[in-house]
Design a binder for this molecule. Structure first.
Ligand code: ATP
Ligand code: MG
Length: 178
């Protein structure tokens, strides 16, 4: 049973849409693909559907997730949802694939044994970190070992089985000579 004020809200919402858009917005359970051209009213449908789910199905805004490809699209989506839904819209999950995934990872970090303050490296950070590791291990990027001790150790390891080789490498790592 939908309250009178909500029904008025829903009627106003649907009045802004053409019949195919109304059909999409009022679609029942299960997945729905909206396949339409540029500027044809897809975002209007998505934002109206969000407002419709909140008004007619009493879905909590924080149980709704809207994912976009770009930050610009996410900003636009949030702005348009806020204009339609008003208070409560800020509780909704609206973001790009990346920002949404990071938000989930930070929230659930403890469950997978990582710190929620983890840092994501961009390409420059990754290169700098790899360079530091190579420097510390005294390896040059071509893979040659520059430490004479390491070279000797590698030669002596050449005859090892892969199992003992791993152990040699682990032992060498613990003394920081490789
Ligand atoms: N049924 C409608 N009646 C009047 N205006 C509409 C209707 N549907 C969409 N519009 C208007 O048309 C414009 C384009 O709509 P919308 O942004 O939803 O399209 P889109 O398909 O998401 O566009 P894009 O491909 O650029 O993402 C907007 O200004 C929107 O308000
Ligand atoms: Mg759009």
């Amino acid at each position: 049973m939908v309250a009178e004020s909500s029904q008025a809200q829903i009627d106003a919402l649907l009045a802004r849409l053409n019949p195919p858009q109304q059909e999409a917005v009022t679609h029942g359970d299960g997945p729905l693909l909206i396949f339409a051209g540029a500027g044809s009213g897809k975002t209007r449908v998505l934002t109206a559907r969000i407002a419709y789910l909140i008004a007619s199905r009493r879905v909590w805004p924080d149980r709704l997730l809207a994912v976009t490809f770009t930050n610009k699209a996410a900003r636009e989506m949030r702005g348009r949802v806020e204009a339609l839904v008003g208070e409560g819209a800020e509780k909704m999950w609206v973001g790009t694939f990346h920002s949404t995934a990071v938000k989930i990872l930070r929230r659930e970090a403890q469950r997978i044994g990582i710190r929620s303050s983890f840092v994501i490296f961009d390409e420059d950070d990754t290169r700098a970190a790899l360079k530091r590791v190579l420097d510390e291990l005294r390896l040059d990027p071509s893979g040659r070992r520059t430490s004479p001790t390491a070279a000797t150790r590698t030669r002596s390891c050449a005859a090892c089985t892969s199992h003992t080789k791993r152990r040699c490498a682990a032992r060498a790592g613990s003394t920081s000579t490789i």
